[in-house]
Design a protein around this ligand. Structure first.
Ligand code: NAD
Length: 466
């Protein structure tokens, strides 16, 4: 696989790829600005919290001619609510006729048909199949992480990533640390300036309080209850190691230059024990082994009253680097002396910068100190790539980091050591390729209301792991 930066390929590689594809494919990719049209029609699929945010960002770029053209959500009122909010922010750019507000589980097809660029922000289980539909229809894509919940979904995304390249389509994945200045600068310090030497170990954390719960609505089918309350079902969410902790796991893959070779770990439910909490764990701990035996320890937790942290750190032969998305990124040598500190605004950094880094002290958020919002940069970058016809396809690393999180879940659910190849080739499919409102829910509660929950080392009826 091909772990890539936001602009992954060289111009030469890009020209090689586009030259190899047929004229039809190029026509598809040049359907908007590149073909001289003055409009790019954006479609939103999954108009909840993040979808509303991503649509706002897509309409907030400096590009002329970007309009929101169609919208859908599994639940019509959510599509209408998001639309109403977007209209108040972008009255001149929201051009969604009532006939282009779709609902149900097949609305995505109609949005894809009518737009040039689609935003895929449903629960992640649907992502591979929505991505497939968008790419086969020749549409550019912004899709949120994670890009799947199981290995067949990851393989689908990888297959479609290649088709996207062949069709010259642009794809951004919402792993926004890759678009954040402090992380990019830190990576340059590690790879180009060699400030910590060779990485020999790492720690990545997403330890936080918990997550929302959505009650069953009167008359709601089991399937639609789960779709609405998606976080708590593995087939829709992939568990929080996949849904949230992927951000930190992705940073490990990025800094180490590829995915791990194996994982083993432990996890379970200690605070979130009631049957109402569906299937997911409230904590996972995974020891990932990378090439040359480099170990990265990963922790994620949804518990209250305990140590919370969302950050990453890597130990090298010469020192240690500490990263977080509030911009508090710095490196120490093994004597504990600061050898680099990130300075918002992209100023040169190093030992001198560390000395006067006091100016930045106390700033809790790099964005407040002048750095661009990485969520906005994702859309600026995507639209610029479409306009200028520059290569951009994050689907490879998005799939690879999703697979790394899924590998971790396989390890914690099973309690066994799992190899990367075994995980990637797994046939266990939590998310059915086709789900309609009539589909039977992939997991059902038993007579006492319990959903199947993995127990490490035991075979649980209804739980398949690898
Ligand atoms: N990059 C980030 O920092 C970040 C932050 C938050 C969420 N996310 C990601 O964004 C995605 C959505 O998360 P959210 O917080 O917006 O959740 P959400 O529940 O607020 O929104 C999801 C929406 O999708 C709708 N939906 C479900 N199935 C659908 C289908 N088949 N077709 C159309 N609509 C469907 C739901 O009704 C809901 O409105 C997740 O993958 C999540 O991991 C990323």
């Amino acid at each position: 696989m091909n772990p890539t930066s936001p602009t992954p390929n060289t111009r030469r590689e890009f020209l090689g790829k586009t030259a190899a594809v047929g004229a039809g494919a190029l026509t598809v990719a040049q359907s908007a600005w590149a073909a001289g049209s003055d409009q790019i029609k954006v479609g939103l699929i999954g108009s909840g919290g993040r979808g509303s945010g991503a649509a706002n960002q897509a309409l907030s770029t400096k590009q002329e001619g970007v309009v929101l053209h169609a919208i859908c959500d599994a639940f019509k009122e959510k599509a209408e609510g998001a639309l109403s909010n977007l209209r108040t922010k972008h009255a001149d750019k929201v051009k969604v006729d009532d006939s282009r507000i779709f609902s149900g589980l097949d609305g995505y097809k109609k949005v894809i048909d009518s737009c040039d660029l689609v935003i895929l922000t449903t629960p992640p289980g649907f992502r591979p199949y929505h991505f497939e539909a968008a790419i086969l229809a020749g549409k550019h894509v912004f899709m949120e992480k994670p890009v799947a919940v199981d290995a067949p979904g990851v393989r689908k995304v990888l297959e479609m990533a290649k088709v996207a390249d062949e069709k010259n389509l642009k794809v951004v994945v919402g792993l926004q640390r890759r678009y954040q200045n402090c992380y990019q600068d830190a990576l340059r310090q590690v790879k180009e300036q060699d400030i910590i030497g060779e990485i020999v170990a790492g720690q990545v954390y997403w330890n936080g309080g918990g997550i929302w719960f959505r009650d069953r609505q009167p008359g709601q089918s089991e399937l639609m209850y789960q779709v609405n309350n998606w976080y708590h079902f593995t087939w829709l969410c992939g568990d929080h190691i996949n849904e949230q902790h992927i951000h930190n796991i992705d940073v490990a893959n990025w800094f180490l230059g590829g995915p791990p070779v194996s994982a083993q770990g432990m996890g379970g439910r200690q605070q979130r024990v009631d049957k109402k909490w569906g299937q997911i764990y409230d904590h996972h701990y995974v020891e990932y082994t990378y090439a040359n035996g480099v170990r990265v320890n990963s922790q994620c937790r949804h518990q209250s009253g305990v140590y919370n942290a969302v950050r990453e750190e890597f130990t090298g032969t010469k020192g240690k680097i500490y990263l977080d998305n509030a911009g508090r990124c710095y490196a120490n040598n093994h004597k504990g002396e600061t050898i680099w500190k990130y300075r918002p605004g992209g100023a040169a950094s190093g030992a001198d910068a560390a000395a006067d880094g006091a100016a930045a002290k106390g700033r809790r958020n790099a964005r407040r100190s002048g750095d661009p919002d990485p969520y906005q940069v994702e859309h600026d970058t995507l639209q610029a790539a479409i306009r200028d016809n520059k290569p951009l396809n994050n689907a490879y690393y998005g799939a690879e980091s999703t697979m790394t999180a899924v590998l971790g879940r396989m390890a914690t659910y099973s309690g066994k050591e799992i190899k990367w190849e075994e995980a990637l080739n797994s046939k266990v499919q939590h998310m059915p390729a086709i789900v309609t409102t009539e589909t039977k829910a992939p997991v059902e509660p038993n007579a006492d209301g319990w959903y199947p929950i993995a127990i490490p080392g035991q075979k649980v009826p209804g739980v398949e792991i690898v």
